[in-house]
Design a protein around this ligand. Structure first.
Ligand SMILES: [Zn+2]
Length: 346
């Protein structure tokens, strides 16, 4: 009788728990179809230096799922390693803040990213809502809010692309606190944001894939194939962002000038072309008016000429430029110094 009871238990108990719902990406029908997607995006991803930061780990393993099935640090690392595989296969150069269950301080994560020379920083996390087991959504975070000196639109561009494909891959929505699922880190820490986003020296986002405090989501997070799907969503979002292109700015005029209202020249390279309405140029934090800016379009690049509407004193000056391409993607932060020197013989 006892044996019979155990047998019944083994057969029926597992079937009582609902099978976690997830959908294999349609481009995973065969290993070849998966590879062909990676191959397609490699033309946009190749050569980009991506820093992946799996959150927590080592001594920091306190974030545990609602049914103790997963530790956030471990899931972050699994997703990060799969993301590294996809990006590496597509030709990106990938750096990691950790590849094992090791302790890495927030300061060291940022320092490692800076020293790696990475172009883009992606921190991978999973979210928690203590005391509320019903809440779960996907969110991708950027630093600060528009109008704040710490805000740069390129962070939000990357967040938008990753968020869209991640949410689709996981078949969950974003938070209703945000129209498109991207979130400012000021929502959590007003005027400060997250340490890694505030201090990153390159465009940076932080992904909170879903919640380990929801039982169904935690069950999904414990499935290896689901972790691959999470990484796939992030990979495709980032790849589509790079496909849309990032305008590259160069200051091609001299940086040592002798007049107080000099004309400076920028070259902007982008396959989709420059959105002329988007040009924002500041010298020493003062905006150059539109009627002091001219553009010339060439085949694969545009030239921007501009002259300040105020006199520049001799000494060092700071130039800040932001432009968007015709796909709506902003340039990365661009800041250069130039010098006004007194002409000899004056
Ligand atoms: Zn976390």
């Amino acid at each position: 009788m006892k044996k019979f009871f155990i047998l019944i238990t083994i057969i029926f108990i597992p079937s009582c728990a609902p099978k976690p719902y997830y959908v294999k990406p349609s481009d995973w029908k065969t290993p070849e179809s998966k590879d062909s997607v990676i191959n397609f995006y490699s033309r946009f991803v190749k050569g980009w230096k991506i820093f992946i930061d799996p959150g927590h780990g080592g001594q920091d393993r306190k974030n545990i799922g609602i049914k103790k099935r997963v530790v956030e640090a471990d899931v972050n690392l699994k997703v990060a390693l799969y993301l590294r595989d996809y990006l590496t296969k597509a030709g990106a150069i990938v750096f990691m803040s950790r590849e094992k269950d090791t302790t890495v301080s927030l300061q060291d994560r940022v320092k490692m990213a800076t020293e790696s020379g990475a172009d883009i920083f992606i921190s991978i996390h999973h979210n928690a809502m203590p005391g509320d087991e019903t809440t779960f959504y996907a969110s991708t975070w950027y630093h600060a809010v528009e109008g704040d000196p710490g805000f740069h639109p390129s962070n939000k561009d990357i967040a938008r692309y990753i968020q869209r494909d991640l949410a689709y891959a996981l078949r969950i929505s974003g938070s209703l606190a945000s129209f498109d699922g991207t979130m400012s880190d000021y929502l959590v820490y007003p005027k400060q944001g997250f340490y890694v986003l505030r201090n990153a020296t390159m465009p940076a986002v932080l992904v909170e894939c879903t919640f380990f405090t929801n039982e169904h989501e935690e069950r999904r997070l414990s499935i290896d194939e689901f972790n691959q799907i999470e990484a796939w969503g992030i990979f495709k979002g980032l790849a589509k962002y790079l496909q849309a292109g990032v305008p590259k700015i160069e200051l091609i005029s001299d940086t040592i000038l002798t007049t107080q209202k000099p004309t400076l020249i920028l070259k902007v390279s982008d396959k989709s072309g420059l959105d002329k309405q988007s040009i924002q140029i500041k010298i020493d934090s003062l905006t150059i008016p539109k009627d002091h800016i001219a553009t010339i379009d060439e085949r694969n690049f545009s030239i921007i000429l501009f002259t300040p509407n105020f006199n520049l004193n001799p000494g060092v000056h700071t130039l800040d430029v932001i432009v968007r391409n015709k796909n709506g993607n902003s340039s990365f932060p661009f800041r250069r110094n130039f010098y006004i020197v007194k002409q000899t013989g004056e």
